[in-house]
Design a binder for this molecule. Structure first.
Ligand SMILES: C[S@@+](CC[C@H](N)C(=O)[O-])C[C@H]1O[C@@H](n2cnc3c(N)ncnc32)[C@H](O)[C@@H]1O
Length: 280
């Protein structure tokens, strides 16, 4: 059965290779086969390859066709209410787990949780008391709840998972010793030309873009809220755009309260995250 499926995928891919490569950034035969095979196992062979192939040719992202995406150590449900989990966000998990373990961090917030991948992956892989998942999108909060349910047996019984619908940290009264975030960080006017057409067509603009004129003000308010909600000595870790992390680090440095502000590069040497602490 599996080898029949693999043969079908190979035949389909090779006969549409250049179209598929132009429609789907980063897709290759190996990835396509692996994702469909994994999904076939997850669904106990209920998938219809012909339907998948037709949707791929229409340009729809594979993750939205399958309704799932593998992230870090497991499958998460995805839909068009938020971003498809990205490979590079796995790096934020690795850094977050290091910080959590080294500093015995227990109370965590994931701001702009989307499908819940960051907060839920940390909850599964660290010894935490609580994780609060927040997003401005009702659809994203619903999706995070579905993913929490999907992963319920991998979540330690002792960790409390809360959900909050709102703008950044508005309406939250709790304090955290670690705030982590992958917020929208692409400048709508300056950066949009570099974004792949598939992303523009299928993923929600609110998950990706901020208006250029409002960019710094958006992050200033966010950083001020982060300071208000971190316990003294608490940690902040955020994914950002390589072209704008320097200005965001400077902005953070201009506020009273942050220390140890560092920009962290990814494995290709591109600036990818900002990490900082609230003064103790
Ligand atoms: C880049 S996506 C990240 C999603 C997820 N954390 C991930 O890493 O895949 C940004 C998320 O932030 C949410 N968002 C956008 N503006 C927001 C705001 N003002 N307050 C809270 N969340 C916001 C979007 O709805 C989206 O789910």
């Amino acid at each position: 059965m599996i080898s029949l499926l693999v043969d079908q995928i190979k035949k389909f891919y090779l006969s549409h290779e250049s179209l598929l490569q132009s429609l789907h950034p980063g897709l290759n035969l190996h990835t396509l086969t692996r994702e469909i095979e994994w999904f076939d196992t997850l669904q106990s062979s209920k998938l219809n390859p012909k339907e998948i192939f037709d949707e791929l040719l229409s340009g729809k992202p594979l993750a939205f066709i399958l309704g799932h995406q593998f992230f870090y150590d497991s499958f998460f449900k995805v839909n068009d209410s938020t971003l498809i989990p990205r490979l590079e966000t796995e790096l934020i998990i690795e850094r977050a787990l290091e910080l959590i373990k080294k500093n015995n961090l227990k109370e965590i917030a994931d701001i702009g949780c989307g499908s819940g991948i960051i907060g839920l992956t940390l909850a599964k892989n660290a010894d935490l008391n609580s994780v609060m998942l927040t997003d401005i999108s009702k659809g994203a909060i619903e999706l995070s709840k579905e993913n929490a349910y999907l992963h319920q047996y991998q979540l330690p019984k002792t960790v409390k998972i809360d959900f909050h619908l709102g703008d950044r940290l508005d309406g939250i009264t709790k304090q955290f010793d670690f705030i982590v975030s992958n917020p929208p960080y692409i400048k709508k006017q300056a950066d949009q030309a570099l974004v792949h057409p598939q992303v523009l067509s299928y993923e929600p603009s609110s998950a990706l873009f901020l208006e250029d004129a409002e960019y710094n003000q958006w992050f200033k308010l966010f950083f001020e809220q982060v300071l208000k909600h971190l316990t003294p000595g608490g940690y902040f870790l955020m994914e950002g755009h390589e072209a704008h992390l320097d200005e965001l680090a400077a902005l953070m440095g201009s506020l009273t309260g942050f220390s140890d502000i560092n920009i962290i590069n990814d494995l290709t040497g591109r600036a990818r995250f900002i990490e900082s602490r609230k003064n103790g």
